[in-house]
Design a protein around this ligand. Structure first.
Ligand code: FES
Length: 189
């Protein structure tokens, strides 16, 4: 078991036990891109000591580790779903959801921090209901905190996909997020 096991671990484990039970009745087709996952496991010769490398490869191929695939991987590797889930949730490099359509990178480097990045981050969390490393349920936004992105004179800064937003404050941040939501609504109509 990785170090730092907490209440979150226990609740994650409980969720996994339920998921594993559900997995018994899931059709093979309900595991996203199961064939790709199988290929990765085969490449590692079903070696249970290579779990981290397998998860890294799965994420390289799919861009995330589908939660629904964990019971299947556990069965293939002869280990427990809770162990795999524990690793995925312990290491920040792994994602259990695909990235959103819009990736918000908030710089939390020194200059941005000093100039209010924390407030910008709080505004993003308040507006979208997600913290750093998370994706909104509708799959629209992923919020990530990153180190200096090299435009400190414009701090605090965030980048959404290719677009850079400078000298932000909570009000400006709300306005930017609203623009994206409005754009999305317009695309759907
Ligand atoms: S610290 Fe944010 S751009 Fe440099």
């Amino acid at each position: 078991m990785p170090p730092g096991v907490t209440e979150a671990w226990k609740s994650a484990e409980k969720e996994l036990v339920e998921l594993a039970a559900a997995g018994n009745v899931l059709e093979a087709t309900e595991i996203p891109q199961k064939e790709e996952i199988e290929k990765v496991i085969q490449k590692h010769k079903k070696d249970p000591t290579a779990i981290i490398a397998i998860l890294q490869d799965v994420q390289d191929v799919l861009d995330y580790v589908p939660k629904e695939s964990i019971p299947f991987m556990a069965e293939e590797l002869g280990t427990s779903p809770a162990k795999i889930y524990g690793i995925v949730t312990f290491y920040a490099q792994f994602r259990l959801q695909p990235k959103g359509k819009y990736i918000i990178l908030l710089c939390v480097g020194t200059a941005c921090h000093v100039n209010g990045a924390q407030l910008v981050g709080k505004t993003i969390t308040d507006e979208l209901g997600i913290s750093g490393g998370e994706t909104t349920e509708d799959g629209l936004f992923t919020f990530e905190k990153v180190a200096c992105i090299g435009c400190c004179s414009l701090s605090p800064v965030m980048v959404i996909n290719e677009e850079t937003y400078a000298m932000l404050n909570p009000e400006a941040t709300r306005k930017v997020l609203k623009e994206y939501r409005d754009r999305e609504k317009a695309e759907q109509n």
